[in-house]
Design a protein around this ligand. Structure first.
Ligand code: 9MR
Length: 338
């Protein structure tokens, strides 16, 4: 991360030398797009569908962010819903867009119990192991050199810190985690490999379990580079306790951290007070990440309330993103990009 130059300053310097005016954003947004205000990668989840069909969505994404994470397009259930009939169309489109617009890509996700095709769940252990290895190798090699970081395993712990009871855990045992990191590393040695989860923003039994696992894997020489902290927050439940301390303890293990899926949902309808609390939460996530040098990325789970997973899953809650449905920046945006 530290290899990155402060883009805002660099651009201004280049513009001054060349005697050209620096591009000005429309008055509804801050004068400097978010991506140029920070040394961190700043990203959003993206849906290939809207990227193709909504020019205004694409324009804001292109302007504000320098990382994209495919929201669903790289999941097993998307890329091989039917055995032997791969569909890379959505993932390819996003990776091509990222290359064209000079953005990095966070690959999401190689091993997850959700959005897992039934045919995979039904396999006996030995075959599951082989198929899992092939899936990881094929997907990681397909995008080799084009993915900065991969969410290799997603959501493998319960809230109490025990392992989630998934088909991978049941059939392959705890050791599948070390295996999948090794396979991913063999397929693209340069990609940063992450474990990713929610409710691990603060210090609690679940983040303790992630911490212990990462420590063990590093001691064993398993190629794990980072911890993805999803940060799906709600203003109803308070800001997670000891967020910075948590980032710091991972940094001391020698791994990166990334905020991978930030959003802050509010009971609808939004009002000024709720939006102010939301802005405060986003601000604390942003500031916490910037306080720890190994926190290298701040990615939000979508950027506009027009398209967000929240209302479908939490009836009565929503408005969780930095931009409203009309793509106007909200108070949370101006909190992190004043
Ligand atoms: O936003 C994603 C939504 O469109 C999908 O239907 C859902 C399927 O479970 O996954 C959502 O993204 C999840 C992400 O992949 C992992 N962390 C939690 C996210 C929100 O559920």
């Amino acid at each position: 991360m530290l290899r990155r130059i402060p883009k805002k300053r660099a651009l201004a310097a280049v513009a001054a030398v060349m005697g050209i005016a620096v591009w000005q954003a429309p008055s509804a947004s801050a004068s400097v797009p978010l991506q140029y205000t920070t040394h961190r990668y700043v990203g959003s989840a993206v849906a290939a569908q809207y990227l193709a069909s909504e020019p205004d969505y694409r324009a804001v994404l292109t302007r504000e962010f320098d990382n994209v994470t495919p929201e669903n397009e790289m999941k097993w259930g998307t890329v091989e819903a039917v055995r032997g009939q791969p569909d890379w169309s959505g993932a390819d489109a996003i990776v091509e867009y990222a290359q064209r617009t000079h953005k990095t890509v966070r690959g999401h996700t190689l091993v997850w119990h959700s959005q897992l095709p039934d045919w995979v769940s039904a396999l006996p252990a030995a075959e599951l192991r082989q198929v899992l290895r092939d899936h990881i190798t094929t997907e990681v090699k397909r995008y080799k050199g084009k993915i900065r970081a991969w969410d290799v395993v997603n959501e493998i712990f319960n809230e109490d810190g025990t392992r989630r009871d998934t088909v991978f855990h049941q059939k392959l045992g705890d050791g599948f985690v070390a295996d999948v990191f090794r396979w991913a590393h063999a397929a693209d040695p340069a990609a940063k490999l992450y474990i990713n989860d929610y409710n691990i923003e603060g210090i609690n039994p679940k983040s303790d379990a992630v911490y212990d696992l990462v420590k063990t894997l590093r001691r064993q020489g398993v190629p794990i580079d980072g911890v993805g902290i999803q940060a799906h927050l709600s203003i109803q439940y308070g800001f997670p306790a000891q967020f910075r301390e948590n980032l710091t303890r991972f940094a001391k293990l020698g791994v990166q951290t990334a905020i991978t899926e930030a959003d802050v949902r509010i009971p609808t309808p939004p009002d000024a007070a709720k939006l102010a609390t939301q802005a405060d939460y986003f601000g604390r996530l942003w500031d916490g990440c910037h306080a720890v040098s190994r926190c290298v990325e701040f990615t939000t789970w979508g950027f506009t309330d027009r398209h967000s997973w929240v209302p479908d899953v939490f009836p009565g809650e929503g408005a969780a993103c930095l931009f409203d449905e009309n793509l106007h920046p909200k108070p949370a945006y101006f909190r992190i990009n004043p």
